[in-house]
Design a protein around this ligand. Structure first.
Ligand code: UTP
Length: 295
């Protein structure tokens, strides 16, 4: 059994869809309720048994590194003030010493380039990649579902979900060979195809389990869609050797890299939270169904 112990978090993108906020705040630090997006991704990775967390960062992302630091002075003040709940919330951000690494991407040359920079730290073992803008609300965390499935399906694995055909140009899309339950064997991946040319409506979502052979391919690829080095192209290049499958995860995905997605996630996660849901539910009902009275 090969355990997936390491995860790469590419967080070096520009986050232009959230400008001007992302002028000084990394996109991954935007809050969904009271936690930044990066915390959701790290929690999901921990739940899947990940022990080493490799962040690919860039200039202007120091808030992200600081976030995982111990805030000794703040903790002391909270302790003195008896603010136990706030202390517990801080505790959840603490990671065991030596488990976090940060690598700088000099320029945003694409997701493929970002992942390639983790080569030395990942070494010769399969690893996970999580894009923190994709937040997945699931009974069992999505990466844990994939790690289980990987035990019986070696090779590169990408998370997938069906999207409206009109939206295929926003995603990597699977060209499916065969399907068995949640697993689709893949003939190839197409990056951002026009709806008319898309081989399916099964889109790649930001969770991957990759074989270490991906690094050789990442070194070989040339700029693809959008002039960027695409992870999709490297996966395609390794298709005949390593094999690729799509895993249809159980859960609901929110694209929190977009304003629309972050709003929707806020509603969904807000209604899930026992301490928030009652008042929030009342607000939503009064706003959208004013003719229905709520006691
Ligand atoms: P996006 O396509 O969402 O790009 O990247 P972006 O720059 O983050 O955001 P927009 O589109 O300008 O609003 C997908 C993921 O790949 C990472 C991003 O940080 C994000 O997690 N990425 C992208 C890198 O780490 N480096 C890159 O060069 C490009």
């Amino acid at each position: 059994m090969t355990r997936i112990r390491k995860a790469v978090f590419p967080v070096a993108g520009l986050g232009t869809r959230f400008l001007p906020a992302t002028k000084s705040v990394p996109k991954e630090m935007l809050p969904l309720l009271d936690r930044p997006l990066i915390q959701y991704a790290v929690d999901e990775a921990r739940a899947a048994g990940i022990e080493e967390f490799i962040f690919i960062t860039s200039a202007g992302k120091s808030a992200l590194e600081d976030y995982f630091d111990t805030a000794a002075a703040l903790e002391m003040r909270l302790e003195r003030a008896g603010k136990t709940e706030a202390l517990a919330a801080l505790g959840r951000t603490r990671m065991p010493a030596g488990t976090l690494s940060f690598i700088r991407q000099d320029r945003p040359k694409g997701l493929g380039h970002a992942v390639s920079l983790a080569r030395r730290l990942v070494g010769d073992e399969p690893f996970a990649v999580l894009l923190p803008d994709d937040v997945i609300r699931a009974p069992r965390p999505a990466l844990a579902q994939m790690v289980d499935a990987y035990e019986h399906n070696r090779g590169h694995m990408v998370a997938t979900m069906t999207v409206p055909r009109a939206k295929t140009a926003s995603y990597g899309v699977l060209d499916v060979l065969s399907e068995n339950g949640r697993i689709a064997k893949v003939r190839g991946l197409v990056e951002k195809p026009d709806p008319g040319k898309a081989p399916s409506a099964k889109a790649v979502i930001g969770r991957y389990i990759l074989e270490p052979s991906i690094f050789d391919k990442l070194d070989m690829i040339t700029p693809g869609s959008g002039g960027e080095l695409q992870l999709t192209d490297a996966i395609n290049a390794d298709l005949s050797t390593a094999g690729v499958s799509g895993y249809r995860f159980s859960g609901e995905r929110f694209d929190c890299g977009s304003i629309q997605g972050l709003i929707q996630a806020t509603v969904a996660f807000g209604l899930d939270r026992p301490d928030l849901c009652e008042e929030f539910d009342k607000f939503v009902h009064q706003r959208f169904f004013p003719w229905r009275s709520i006691a």
